[in-house]
Design a protein around this ligand. Sequence first.
Ligand SMILES: Cc1ncc(C[n+]2csc(CCOP(=O)(O)OP(=O)(O)O)c2C)c(N)n1
Length: 383
Amino acid sequence: MIFEENLLDILNETGINVLLTNPCARLQTILNLLSDDKNFDVLEITREEHGVGLAAGAYLAGMKPAMLIQSTGIGNILNTVASLTLTYQFPLLIIASWRGVIDEPIVAQNIFGKAVEGLLSSLKIKTLIVDENSDLSDIKKDIERCYEQNEVIVLLCSPRVWTQSKELYLEKEFVYSRQRKQPQKVKSDELCIKPSMTRMEVLKDLTRNMTSNDVVIANIGFPSRELFHIDDQNQFFYMTGSFGQVSSIGLGIARYKPNKHVYVLEGDGSMLMSPGILPMISAYSPDNLTIVCLNNGSYGSTGNQPTLYTSGFIDFCLISQGFGFNPAGIENICQKDELLNIIPQMSEFQLIQIFIRPVNAKVERIPLTPKEIGDRFIRSLKS
Ligand SMILES: Cc1ncc(C[n+]2csc(CCOP(=O)(O)OP(=O)(O)O)c2C)c(N)n1
């Protein structure tokens, strides 16, 4: 059996059921195999960091996710692994094609490839080196433990274990899976320049109509603090780090808990940090996910520093259309009466951008530990 088949068998036997992938030339064979493999839900991630957010969401929703990426991608995820996965004590298996160490043709891989083990060990993340196919037999127990004891484990798989593919230079038949839509302008010329509501006022209105079937993922900082202060619920997930991953977590939960409606409280700063998640939301498009972007034109939680972009010329509604969101599921809101009108049908929208004043309410920090936030959230999804 080739390495890739062996690895997929082990993942299957250990109950892994979601694979979050971003390609590497060495991963061609396994990615080809996965395109026909019904044992896993394979999601293509646009940035490795989103994989960590998605994996958190998938785990909260009861799945067993793993990531399959190039080792360089570990550089893109370290903060999110530390401030989300390790902090909330979520398990995560990362399978990395280890570049920059052996037979490396690309110089730019070398510095990070040689440093990656040390970086992971400085975060006390267990790293296992896979040099040959037979190493996998020992690794099964580690993968099982990862999910039993909520650990993060990284498999650094040497370039020599992957089956060489001859397809790198083959032209593949390419078909657009969706018809291109002519972008339709949504009120961008009428974009609100004088918002009247504060975040606190909006959150009070949004939560008033929520039921126990509604799940909220709240952005880092004051959005979480204000929500907690207004109405703390077990099915509210408060972020304390992993800036930029709120929609990834929401997408992960929405995909695996289709009977719940997931509201993501995004920020304009956070969306600027991670617009790369929008194509994934558009493509996987769960109809139980609503992104509410609270646009205060600034980085509110760090002291309301205006962002040059969102306080000026960026229109997230138009951007989302460009990424393929259905224009009928997108709305810009500026005034309270518009908000009150839309709230009863809020669950039908994919993205609602609400323009608010850059004001933070004087509310205390959330007195729960990340572990408590995660544990009670998981229990609430089961009930
Ligand atoms: C990787 C990373 N960079 C920067 C920060 C600091 N930070 C925390 S919250 C925040 C601003 C959030 O702004 P936005 O998403 O617009 O939400 P708001 O607070 O305005 O509601 C920043 C810059 C961080 N925690 N992590």
